[in-house]
Design a protein around this ligand. Structure first.
Ligand code: HEM
Length: 399
């Protein structure tokens, strides 16, 4: 996979043949990515899981950027935003501890009524669209995006009316868009700093206020607080948007599976695990580097090499999941790595699954006649190596 290959429409629409080819060829491949930067890619299930749990794969973003710049001069990497997902212990441990209490089983279960309310409001909005503008219904814009975004705003204590700005910045940071990476980072950081200072004057019951209190106790710096909310805002919606929209597409492509799921709503939690395996919303874990030479399945990666760990490669590995390219909602295997593994395993996994269960279940129940409004090959996929998601999903909602 080269940088050109990775941004080809055919790779974006269906990356799995390329990942399968690389995975069969060798346990680890070196690929050329952005600007010609060579990166090692780990693709097989057992190796991916082992690498994610191995402290010899460092996460420190400042060091990773330094290594990248040593390889390719003039590389545009943007500012280092240091948050828990790109730091190593002990900073990672300290930052994660500060907010993990907001994502426990109990706290997430208590969010169910709120998620159901937001989903119901959005489904009502879709029903109105189905009558007023039936030719213009985009399930990404009108449902899969606003749902997790509104939930994460509520959780963080963010003004929900600014959600389109958040989405614009997030898109520019993660994909190639009209707004540049640097502009988006600058706009978003200024916005977050301003929001923090306003919240300091009027604290509430939200993560932002909790972080400000932790800051007063010297547990987190202001720079880290900005980075934390940046991570939660982006990580808390970009992923679930992709999960919900690709799951709906997978159901439209597999009507037998949709019928099986509709027959018994209790099947939804297992189905969501299979959606996560089948179209992993984060297809590559965030950038790592070797802190010393590491042997992966007999291939020696020298020290100071940049490494990508392919969650999508692992989740489609036939050595772990028989018939991996088939969506089998009754597979009954939640061993996928879509939330990562090890110390950085997704903090929002329970919340992401709850949102997806409610969103997909609500949509199936409310719109049994749901169908694609455009030929499948015209669907636009997001232009990013790291994420797997649709730009838009035009549908006909039916009666
Ligand atoms: C279906 C939805 C989601 C998926 C597939 C997903 C996936 C992931 C993955 C793969 C990682 C680890 C990446 C790595 O190791 O490089 C991660 C980390 C993280 N995710 Fe999620 N995520 C989802 C939803 C959420 C939500 C809803 C939140 C919060 C509101 C969230 C917050 C985080 C945080 C804070 C981390 C960093 C954890 C750490 O570094 O210790 N995620 N997520």
């Amino acid at each position: 996979m080269t940088s050109t290959e990775a941004t080809q429409p055919s790779f974006l629409a269906d990356p799995y043949p390329t990942l399968a080819r690389l995975r069969e060829m060798a346990p680890v491949s070196v690929v050329d990515t952005e600007g010609g930067l060579p990166i090692w890619v780990v693709l097989r299930y057992e190796d991916v899981r082992a690498a994610l749990a191995d402290p010899r794969f460092g996460q420190d973003v400042e060091r990773a950027h330094q290594l990248a710049k040593q390889r390719v001069t003039g590389l545009e990497l943007g500012a280092d935003v240091v948050h828990m997902l790109n730091t190593d212990p002990p900073d990672h441990t300290r930052l994660r501890r500060l907010i993990q209490g907001a994502f426990t089983n109990r706290r997430v279960a208590a969010m169910r009524p709120m998620v159901e309310r937001v989903a119901r409001e959005l489904l009502d909005g879709l029903a109105v669209r189905a009558v007023e503008t039936p030719e213009d219904v985009d399930l990404v814009r009108d449902f899969a995006f606003p749902l997790p975004m509104m939930i994460v705003c509520e959780l963080l204590g963010f003004p929900v009316e600014d959600r389109f700005d958040y989405r614009r910045w997030s898109t520019a940071i993660l994909t190639h868009s009209e707004l540049s990476f640097a502009e988006a980072m600058a706009d978003m950081t200024a916005y977050l700093r301003d929001l923090l200072s306003r919240r300091r004057e009027r604290p509430g019951e939200d993560i932002l206020s909790d972080l400000l209190r932790a800051g007063d106790l010297g547990q987190i710096s202001e720079r880290e607080t900005v980075a934390m909310v940046y991570l939660l805002l982006i990580g808390g919606h970009e992923t679930t948007v992709n999960l919900v929209s690709t799951a709906v597409l997978a159901l439209l492509r597999n009507p037998d599976q949709a019928a099986w799921l509709r027959a018994d709503p209790a099947r939804m939690p297992g189905a969501v695990e299979e959606f996560l395996r089948f179209e992993s919303p984060v297809r590559m874990a965030t950038l790592r580097f070797t802190t010393e030479p590491v042997s992966v399945d007999g291939v020696l990666i020298p020290a100071d090499e940049l490494v990508l760990i392919s969650l999508a490669g692992a989740n489609r590995d036939p050595a772990r999941f028989p018939d991996p390219d088939r969506l089998l909602l009754d597979r009954g295997d939640a061993g996928h790595l879509a939330f990562g593994y090890g110390i950085h395993r997704c903090l929002g996994a329970l919340l992401g699954k709850l949102e997806a269960e409610i969103a997909i279940g609500g949509l199936l129940a409310r719109f049994p006649g749901l169908a694609l409004a455009v030929p499948e090959e015209d669907l636009p996929w997001r232009d990013t190596l790291m994420l797997r998601g649709l730009e838009s999903l035009p549908v006909v909602l039916g009666g």
